[in-house]
Design a binder for this molecule. Structure first.
Ligand SMILES: C[S@@+](CC[C@H](N)C(=O)[O-])C[C@H]1O[C@@H](n2cnc3c(N)ncnc32)[C@H](O)[C@@H]1O
Length: 442
């Protein structure tokens, strides 16, 4: 598959191979603080999935695709339980995962998975969905259909993933040849145009050439991601990073979480090997796509190629500069503008009356206090931008997903010239550096 060009650019001060991107998320006994989504975006995070997910902002993810550990070693049969072998002698999961035994008490396992699903549901937007892959199995002569995990969640559909062949020959029942993918969705979720025609029985051969003991077939995840219009895709049990690879290949943002440093390394290596990934910055690189200034408050602004940001003031010559210390410069996301235009609203960047139009930064997820580097300058987010007149006029007709996306106000911390095309980077402050330790030696 060819890799489409992404609007990502190299941050030349921080150019490092993507393999340095597995962020180690230290275990914490206290309840975790929530960090802006930008810190997780396009990264593989090595840590406990519940702890990491609890540190992510709610309603920030479009799509979750995941396959948890199946707890296969908690088995009434002997082979998987004690590794004596029999028909499972060559099964790759006979020893569990590198950092997870896959042998929890059944009730404890079901409870853990319910907590994970609850967290996933918190993370997806009102039009988001979770594709949760699991396997039904027979234990002590009774079908374990995983209702104790998924019961009560908003299951919209069960997709059958028909695998080629199986190894679980047992005279008590016919050879199992499928796994299930639960589509758990919030009310606003819709498939991409024409995706519905795939039907609900999918046939994909299991992955053969992946050293991870239980990888997804890439084609299965490609089918799921390309069947949605999701921009941000999370896999909370990322393993070898198949979901991240599929998302990246399809031009979407990804976040992968896995507890095993070994598998995280596999995932970043796979991402590294993708054609064109040298364009990927290790930071959350975005781009400044437009600069706008105007001398009269409340009116539209004119596009300029470059301008000067002045410390504790704003953009030189702009009507907002030097008035309110918290509102020196305003930012707006190009993605939101494009969505507005796609919805049919006649609005241009100039009419929005914002100063800086950014691309590839989850602007509205940034907390106040977050700093952004733009070219050589640094600005600090202060507060959300109140709807400008152009937006207020169309507010009532706005699709729900765009509510509250009117951009941000910031103050200038370090001045300098900014140009259209400059790199925009979310900076990690000292407090956050402690959390996101770049420690590959764990
Ligand atoms: C079925 S595998 C996922 C494989 C993945 N879909 C792929 O394509 O490679 C489940 C993964 O969950 C991870 N895991 C187990 N417990 C975890 C935890 N508490 N937090 C994060 N990851 C965990 C395991 O390390 C394993 O890689």
């Amino acid at each position: 598959m060819a890799t489409p060009a992404l609007p990502l650019i190299i941050d030349d001060e921080a150019e490092e191979p993507i393999s340095d991107q597995a962020l180690f998320f230290p275990h914490s006994e206290t309840s975790p603080e929530v960090y802006p989504l930008g810190f997780f975006l396009d990264r593989i995070i090595c840590g406990d999935t519940l702890e990491v997910m609890r540190s992510m902002p709610g309603e920030s993810i479009d799509l979750i695709v995941t396959s948890p550990p199946y707890n296969l070693r908690n088995s009434t049969g002997n082979g998987m339980k004690d590794g004596r072998g029999g028909k499972w002698a060559n099964a790759s999961l006979i020893e569990g995962y590198a950092s997870h035994s896959d042998c929890m008490d059944h009730d404890e396992y079901a409870q853990w998975q319910r907590e994970c699903l609850t967290e996933m549901l918190r993370l997806i937007k009102s039009d988001g969905a979770i594709f949760y892959n699991h396997k039904w199995r027979v234990q002590a002569g009774r079908l374990q259909d995983r209702q104790d995990i998924v019961g009560g969640f908003p299951i919209r559909q069960i997709i059958i993933w028909k695998r080629k062949g199986g190894i679980n020959f047992n005279r008590g029942y016919f050879l199992p040849t499928y796994e299930v993918v639960y589509l758990i969705a919030k009310p606003g979720f819709r498939l991409a145009p024409k995706a519905s025609r795939h039907g609900d029985i999918w046939e994909f051969t299991q992955e053969m050439n992946n050293p991870h003991p239980a990888p997804f077939p890439l084609d299965l995840i490609d089918r799921i991601v390309s069947s949605t219009i999701a921009r941000i895709v999370l896999d909370p049990f990322a393993g070898s990073g198949t979901t991240a690879v599929a998302a990246r290949t399809l031009g979407r943002h990804f976040i992968g979480i896995d507890i095993s440093p070994e598998y995280c390394e596999m995932a970043v290596n796979r991402l590294n090997d993708l054609e064109g990934n040298s364009l990927m910055s290790p930071q959350n690189a975005g781009k400044l796509v437009g600069i706008y200034t105007g001398t009269r408050k409340g009116e539209g602004k004119a596009s300029v190629e470059s301008a000067e940001l002045i410390v504790d003031h704003g953009l030189r010559g702009d009507s907002h500069a030097g008035r309110d210390p918290n509102r020196q410069v305003s930012l707006f996301a190009a993605e939101t503008l494009r969505e507005l235009q796609r919805e049919g609203f006649q609005v241009s960047a100039e009419q929005l009356s914002a100063n800086l139009l950014t691309e590839n930064i989850e602007l509205d997820s940034l907390k106040s206090g977050t700093r952004l580097r733009i070219g050589g300058s640094i600005i600090e987010i202060v507060e959300a931008r109140k709807p400008c007149r152009a937006i207020t006029r169309i507010d009532n007709r706005l699709p729900k997903r765009l509510y509250g996306q009117c951009g941000l106000m910031a103050r200038i911390v370090k001045g300098g010239a900014v140009r259209a095309g400059d790199c925009v980077t979310v900076l990690v402050d000292e407090r956050q550096k402690n959390l996101f330790e770049y420690n590959r030696a764990v």
